[in-house]
Design a protein around this ligand. Structure first.
Ligand code: ATP
Ligand code: MG
Length: 603
């Protein structure tokens, strides 16, 4: 097994360019502003937080100054009586400082949580305005990570990076001001050390963050490979891919181990360097400050004050570095978030679109041409009519455009050229939701939501009673099949309808489509998962149910097609023939050939 065989990496390769978007972006003012603007619905919290940050920035330097002042004054003078009021004042300020911290953290989290909630609401509302094509063009996993990961990162940017940076910067300024005031020359000496600390921090912080990202990614590849091997174990063993998969897995695990070691090496080097810096700085303080105190240019009290203040001045350097580094992650996330939010729907209902009046169900395609991707039409100049109540069967080889026709009829996509009408009304002039409310759908694979069977059926008509739901199953002649479930229609479905057989899921989908009493019914390969016996029962029930509704049926089984009022034969996106079964067989065209093939296959 050679490492270069690209097929073996199939399971773990990144598949779309969107995976290669940058993890971080430099701070750009326009983006920072737009991100901060997310907090504008909460002006009072924002103002209070800024005030708390300002308070916090001066409180610590003042505490340090107070301590030094006590040492210089009452302590040096050996006056215990004068000590008491200072200590009381100190204690009061400490309490105030901690109260500020409490409120600062609490409000920041409150604000962050509200921003997070608003962002998710906005994103969801925006996603729901997007037409189907938007979702086809994107990986669902990546949309989900926008909703979860990116929004979380932006929240962190607002809630932590922004406020902590403000406080730390303020604290630096506060400490610098007090030091300048007490002993400017000593401060200037210390200031010379700041760039060294900044440079060390900058060098390592970025690398450590990058290394831990690589490590995380490496880890998720290991989990993905493991999950694919386990979930696809039948394919793995069936195609004797055990060795290949084990090889891929082993390589990934090795890569992960290497990445973890690389991260730890960086961390291991960074911490001693920081400590060295701090110690060097103390030594410099003792040397310069001690010399000044010894020669009488500075007091011992000043020196004590400097030990505290200098720490307040230097510790923000590393902290701010970390915050800014994290902020670049938040920037990349914000950019991705806003980009989705700024993606206008490729099309939407015309502004003057009206709600669909109650339909009779006459459908017409007038010279319809359609392409999913520009320049690659999949329907060419398709025209047909269906009278109210007719059953229309769509037949044709795979990829011939059957599902596309029902998608256009449901206004999931607008036609590129030509018109689709219902009751003579151009679909371009009616709103999507009012149209679909009068339609019922059953697809090849039907998504069921978690909840009970009844909840799922109710998607077809919110507010339907249990009796009405049971009546729908009754009408389908399969009430007994549903009642044999552990809790009947109140049986809980786990994720995606697991816990029901494919056939049972399809029955639920049928009931969901019918409970709303639709005028137009779309059944796209709807009975494919139902066993032959159940299908036979369903056929009878469906024939009854389709009566009075215009129905579009895509089916591969001859029995369904034979009884249709109209058969549309598609060939590579063109309407090759249309008519009734007997006419088409007699005509001896494409349908007759398909039919011969069917009869041979179905025996
Ligand atoms: N979302 C899409 N994006 C791009 N092309 C698509 C998309 N959906 C379908 N197509 C293409 O459009 C053509 C018609 O597809 P359609 O799904 O209508 O076929 P179908 O007749 O329903 O086939 P099947 O019997 O396999 O369900 C196919 O060539 C297919 O590759
Ligand atoms: Mg199809």
């Amino acid at each position: 097994m050679s490492a270069a065989d690209p097929r073996q990496e199939l399971t773990v390769r990144r598949q779309r360019p969107e995976d290669d978007e940058p993890d971080r972006l430099p701070l750009a003012w326009a983006l920072v502003r737009r991100t901060i603007d997310l907090t504008s619905p909460y002006p009072r919290w924002r103002r209070t937080l800024l005030a708390l940050c300002a308070a916090r920035a001066v409180q610590l330097p003042i505490l340090a100054w107070l301590l030094a002042h006590v040492i210089r004054g009452p302590v040096s003078a050996g006056d215990p009586a004068a000590l008491a009021p200072w200590i009381a004042g100190y204690a009061a300020l400490v309490l105030a400082t901690e109260a500020t911290l409490y409120w600062r953290i609490r409000l920041a989290h409150q604000l962050g949580e509200c921003v997070l909630r608003d962002m998710r609401d906005r994103m969801m509302a925006h996603l729901l305005t997007q037409p189907l094509a938007f979702f086809h063009a994107r990986r669902h996993g990546s949309l989900i990570s926008r909703m979860i990961g990116d929004i979380e990162q932006v929240r962190n940017g607002i809630q932590n990076n922004l406020f902590i940076t403000l406080i730390q910067a303020g604290q630096m300024l506060g400490a610098a001001a007090v030091m300048l005031w007490i002993q400017p020359r000593l401060f200037l000496v210390l200031l010379a050390l700041a760039p060294v600390l900044w440079a060390v921090n900058r060098h390592f912080r970025g690398r450590i963050l990058d290394a831990s990202r690589t490590q995380q990614e490496s880890f998720s590849r290991v989990t993905a490979a493991l999950a694919e091997t386990v979930q696809g174990i039948r394919v793995t063993q069936g195609f004797a891919r055990e060795e290949t998969n084990a090889g891929i897995f082993s390589r990934l695990v090795h890569a992960l181990a290497g990445n973890v070691v690389r991260t730890s090496r960086l961390v291991a080097l960074f911490l001693p360097l920081l400590e060295l810096n701090a110690q060097g700085f103390l030594a410099a303080l003792v040397a310069v400050g001690g010399w000044m105190a010894a020669t009488g240019t500075a007091g011992a009290g000043d020196l004590v004050a400097f030990f505290f203040l200098a720490n307040l001045f230097f510790s923000p350097i590393t902290l701010i570095g970390t915050q800014l580094s994290e902020a670049t992650l938040a920037m990349a996330s914000a950019e991705r978030y806003f980009r989705i939010l700024d993606t206008e729907p490729a099309w939407r209902d015309a502004p003057d679109a009206v709600p669909c009046p109650p339909l009779r169900g006459a459908v017409a395609f007038e010279r319809v041409t359609f392409a999913y991707e520009e320049g690659r039409p999949v329907l060419h100049d398709v025209s047909f009519r269906a009278e109210p109540g007719e059953v229309v069967a769509l037949v044709g080889h795979t990829g011939s455009g059957k599902s596309t026709i029902v998608n256009l009829l449901s206004k999931f996509h607008p036609p590129g050229a030509g018109r689709v009408t219902v009751d003579g009304l151009d679909l371009a002039r009616v709103t999507q939701d009012s149209l679909r409310r009068q339609m019922g759908f059953v697809f090849q694979s039907n998504f069921l939501f978690s909840g009970t069977v009844a909840d799922n059926v109710r998607q077809g008509r919110p507010g339907a009673t249990d009796a009405e739901i049971l009546a729908a199953f009754d009408a389908l002649d399969c009430r007994d099949l549903v009642e044999s479930l552990p809790k009947g229609i109140h049986t809980e479905l786990s994720e995606r309808g697991r816990g029901l057989s494919m056939g049972q899921q399809q029955l639920v989908a049928f009931a969901r489509a019918l409970v709303g009493d639709p005028r137009i019914l779309v059944l796209d390969e709807a009975t494919s998962a139902v066993d032959t016996l159940t299908e036979a029962r369903l056929q009878v029930a469906l024939a009854r149910l389709m009566r009075g509704r215009t129905s579009f049926v895509v089916a591969h089984r001859l029995s369904t097609i034979r009884n249709a009022d109209r058969i549309l034969v598609l060939d590579h996106g063109r309407l090759a023939e249309s008519g009734r079964h007997a006419e088409l067989v007699a005509a001896g065209g494409p349908y007759a050939r398909l039919h011969a093939e069917f009869t041979r296959r179905e025996g």
